[in-house]
Write a protein that binds this ligand. Structure first.
Ligand code: GLU
Ligand code: MG
Length: 462
């Protein structure tokens, strides 16, 4: 079933109550006891409530209560406030999307369904990131514009250690066959669990950094893709635990090393045609495709506070680490923030896409896609021209010849974000205020810490 695009309604959307009753019966018959109801906060932390299967119907009708103050939570669970929001007042109703209900193969006894956050008056909460993305996707569909998206999931596996320590769970070389053998059971169990949940895996492989692996999964509509990125991480975490491992999706697990990216693959489709692979401009982009890329490229510095939102993100964003730290695009260039992916001859019309390499998995995936799509569409609507591509690693260029770097600190990212002209169009009135307050909170929390301490502070939270 594809994502439900309509807003939740008090009492349930038409037909949903009967569906919830039927699904609850099916789940109980499969031995499922509880349903995990996740959402992602401004800091990028996935937080949950859960209900017993018997309360699924009530959750669909009336939602499950949770405070709006989570919009102002930091990654260490401390709470900030702004002039406009924060504090102990109010309640929201978290309403599961039944179309995404999935029994969790890695957590027997549990199912999972992402939520939209609704007010007690039955309106979408102004800062519900999933609702913002749903609304954007719905309004684009009315213009004949659709999108395909997917998040690459990089992670590091650790043996159980003391406290926050990280002990790589493999020793073999980067991308090495030895690493696959070392974590053979985990990798096979991960594939099995994802397959059982209907998640098509493109590949799983050992990566570069200590203990690092990657899973890439099939593309979906944007809301489905963001949901899927949560589901994949929930699943891999559970499978890791079953194998006595700890898993970290943090941007920087060990300061100074290669980090975990959360590269976003995104394509714009108009009237069913992929604008990245059916045109006669560069690399088969259409004019709209090129302008979409240009729009994203223009907004990348401002969006850093969303795509790379953690102090840990800036430990990862190093040149020559394939993290895409330069504000540039290139064809299959792993040092440019935007990599134009054409795919192989014969599959371009369906497979070509734009990869946003700078992003990491501390990002709230709903906010990130909302920002990227808004930026890309502003490029399309303005007919923005796309600058020439780069090739090679800009780190080798003489000073002055390299493209600009993306923000190199969270402080710089916040100031670029605060000046973004599309911020209200993308996120409305309250989300930008929360983003700034939360990022400033993270900056204050890490003031004076050295890089190793920053990596450690965020190692196990994402
Ligand atoms: N680990 C790299 C990053 O920080 C990406 C490696 C790759 O291109 O797969 O984004
Ligand atoms: Mg990778």
């Amino acid at each position: 079933m594809s994502v439900t695009l309509a807003d939740p309604l008090p009492g349930g959307r038409p037909g949903e109550v009967a569906l919830a009753q039927r699904l609850a019966g099916d789940l109980a018959a499969q031995g499922v006891h509880g349903v995990v109801l996740p959402f992602v906060d401004t800091a990028g932390i996935t937080r949950v409530k859960t209900v017993p299967v018997s309360a699924l119907e009530s959750a669909v009708r009336w939602g499950v209560g949770m405070s709006p103050v989570f919009d102002l939570f930091l990654a260490d669970d401390s709470i900030v406030s702004s002039d406009r929001q924060g504090g102990p007042d109010g309640d929201l109703r978290h309403v599961p999307d039944l179309a995404q209900l999935t029994p969790l193969a890695g957590q027997p006894g549990w199912a999972w369904a992402p939520v939209d956050r609704m007010t007690q008056e039955g309106m979408p909460h102004h800062s519900c990131s999933r609702s913002l993305l749903r609304h954007l996707v719905s309004s684009c569909a009315q213009r004949g514009l659709t999108f395909r998206a997917s998040f690459e999931i990089e992670f590091a596996l650790s043996l159980p250690g003391d406290g926050p320590s990280f002990v790589p769970a493999c020793q073999g070389p980067a991308y090495g066959a030895t690493r696959l053998v070392e974590q053979s059971d985990f990798c096979a169990a991960g594939l099995a669990a994802l397959a059982a949940q209907g998640v098509p895996v493109d590949q799983i492989h050992p990566e570069y950094a200590a203990g690092q692996y990657e899973v890439s999964v099939g593309a979906l509509d944007p809301v489905g893709a963001a949901d899927r990125s949560l589901l994949v991480r929930q699943t891999l975490r559970a499978v890791a635990q079953q194998h006595g491992l700890r898993i970290s999706f943090a941007p920087s697990v060990l300061a100074g090393g290669v980090g975990n990216g959360g590269h976003v693959h995104l394509s714009l489709w108009r009237d069913g045609e992929n604008q990245h692979g059916t045109g006669d401009l560069r690399y088969s982009m259409t004019a709209a495709g090129e302008s979409f890329v240009a729009g994203v490229l223009t907004a990348l510095p401002a969006l850093a506070a969303v795509s790379t939102p953690s102090p840990s993100s800036y430990l990862r964003l190093q040149p020559s680490h394939w993290a895409g730290v330069y504000r540039a695009w290139g064809h299959e260039t792993r040092e440019a923030a935007l990599r134009v992916v054409t795919g192989t001859r014969g599959q371009r019309a369906t497979a070509a896409n734009l990869e946003v390499k700078c992003a990491d998995l501390a990002a709230n995936p709903y906010l990130l896609l909302t920002g990227l799509i808004t930026a890309g569409l502003a490029g399309v609507d303005g007919g923005l021209p796309l600058v020439p591509e780069i090739t090679g690693d800009p780190a080798g260029l003489p000073p002055g010849r390299a493209p600009d770097r993306l923000p190199m600190s969270l402080t710089e990212a916040v100031s670029m974000f605060s000046a973004w002209d599309l911020s209200e169009r993308a996120f409305g009135e309250f989300v930008p205020d929360a983003v700034v307050a939360v990022r400033r909170g993270e900056i204050a929390r890490t003031a004076g810490l050295d890089d190793a301490a920053v990596a450690e502070a965020y190692r196990w939270v994402y």
